[in-house]
Design a protein around this ligand. Structure first.
Ligand code: ITT
Length: 196
């Protein structure tokens, strides 16, 4: 069994492969396809809209069920930024290190008790002839004062999940996959995955 995951993000693609392997499903990302897929412009104003744009365009192209992930980091002290703009917070093209540097700099004077943040993951499933469906997962935590660890991707080196004293990038990847926003969203797909 196979499913296309409409992502070009290497970190996401790796995690989807790991999650879906446990359902005996092979996750095929856009990076795995022989043809190069043009970038999809994320013009939506919500995570749902952007996830739907990605899932629907790729589903139409291949006439098959497609899952897409729109995700990001929401920081209270920054009024929800980087939010929808998490991937390109420090500019185009995506540069995880530049994004981390920008957040750490903006959070420099924020006291410990005000450093709450959450990761969000919105999954859209598009299928030919059907309404697109959505599932959302969160992971609560705090923004650390410097970066630590080199697992994962994106903002993992500065995010301390609630109840832990290490960053997401210091956790074993299997552990991240037990507590992450992506895991919490994928859990809600369990029934649907069994119908594939
Ligand atoms: P695709 O659209 O091709 O899937 P993208 O990286 O552009 O890739 P998004 O627009 O959804 O995807 O941006 C998500 C960004 O949010 C991502 O680049 C990271 O900076 C951040 N992010 C999402 N999930 C994360 C995670 O598990 N750990 C750390 N950062 C994460």
């Amino acid at each position: 069994k196979k499913i296309i995951v409409a992502t070009k993000n290497k970190g996401k693609a790796k995690e989807f492969k790991e999650f879906f392997a446990s359902f005996d499903i092979q996750a095929i990302s856009l990076l795995d396809l022989p043809e190069s897929i043009p970038d999809i412009e994320e013009t939506g104003t919500t995570f749902e809209e952007n996830a739907a744009l990605k899932a629907e365009q790729i589903s139409e192209r291949f006439n098959t069920a497609v899952i897409a992930d729109d995700s990001g980091l929401i920081i209270d002290a920054l009024n929800g930024r980087p939010g929808l703009f998490s991937a390109r917070y420090a500019g185009e093209p995506t540069n995880d290190q530049a994004n981390i540097d920008k957040v750490l700099q903006e959070m420099q004077d924020v006291p410990d008790q005000d450093r709450h943040a959450r990761f969000i993951c919105v999954l859209a499933i598009a299928q030919p002839g059907e309404e697109t469906t959505f599932n959302t997962g969160y992971c609560e935590g705090y923004i650390h004062r410097n970066q630590k660890g080199d697992h994962g991707f994106g903002y993992d080196p500065i995010f301390i999940p609630k109840g832990y004293d290490v960053t997401m990038a210091e956790l074993d990847p299997d552990k991240k996959n037990q507590i992450s926003h992506r895991k919490n969203a994928i859990d809600q797909l369990e029934k649907w995955l069994h119908t594939l």
